[in-house]
Ligand binder design. Sequence first.
Ligand code: ADP
Ligand code: AMP
Length: 213
Amino acid sequence: MKIVMLGAPGAGKGTQAIKIADKYGIPHVSTGDIFRANIKGGTELGKKAKSYIDKGELVPDEVTIGMLLDRIAEEDCKDGYVLDGFPRTIPQAESLTKALAEKGEKLDYAIDIEVPDDNIVKRMSGRRACPKCGATYHIVYAAPKVPNVCDNCGSELIIRSDDKPETVQDRLSVYHKQTEPLIAYYKEEGILRTVDGTQDLPKVFEDVVKILG
Ligand code: ADP
Ligand code: AMP
C-alpha cells in the first residue's frame, strides 16, 4: 500500500500517518522529520534545509526529491509506505510518479485532510512535538499523559520553531500557492480521497480506514 497524505500544515497529516503506519504495518515517511533529524545532527543537508524551514518556505526540489526517492528505495519500503509532507509541489509529484512508473509501480491513494485556515492556526499554536521520536501532541486536543512529556519515549516536548504564528501564516500561503494544486493532480490520476479533518482525531482515522479498507 503506497499512500500520500495531503493537507495544509497542521491539518493532521502526521497524526493520521502514524496511525496508518501502525495499523497497516508500513513505514511512516515524513520529509519534515528527515529534515529535522538532519538539522539536529548538523549534517550538510540539515544546514541547507534550516534556513528555508525557519522562514516557512519549502526546501528546494533539487534537495528534497532525491532525499525522498533514496528513502523509499530502502528495504523497509518495499511493501509500501505512507508519505507525510511529500509531495509538496507539482514537480515533486511528477518525479514520484515517474520514479514509481519506472519500476512498474504506482501510488494507491492520496488522502486529502481538509481543514480551514482559521482552524489550522488554533491547532498549530497548541502543537507540541517530541524532538527524539517525532510524536506529535496538542495541549488541548491530544494532550500527553504527563504534561510536556512524550508518552512514547519520556523526552521533554518542544514547540517547533516554525510553529510561531507569523511563520504559520507564511506556511499557509506557501501551501495554497505551491501544494494545493496537488489536489487537482491526484484527482486527475483518479486516486484522490477527501476526509473532513475538522472532526475529532479518532473520527478522522475512522474515515481514513473506511477508505483504505
Ligand atoms: P501536520 O502533520 O499536517 O502538520 P499534525 O498531525 O502535526 O499536522 O497536527 C497538527 C496539530 O493538530 C497537532 O498538535 C495535533 O495533535 C493536532 N491535531 C491533529 N489532528 C487533529 C484533530 N482531528 N482534531 C484536533 N487536533 C488535531
Ligand atoms: P512538516 O514537518 O511536514 O510540517 O515540514 C516542515 C518543513 O520542512 C516545511 O515547512 C518545509 O520547509 C520543509 N519540508 C518538508 N517537506 C518538504 C517538501 N516535500 N518539500 C519542501 N520542503 C519540505
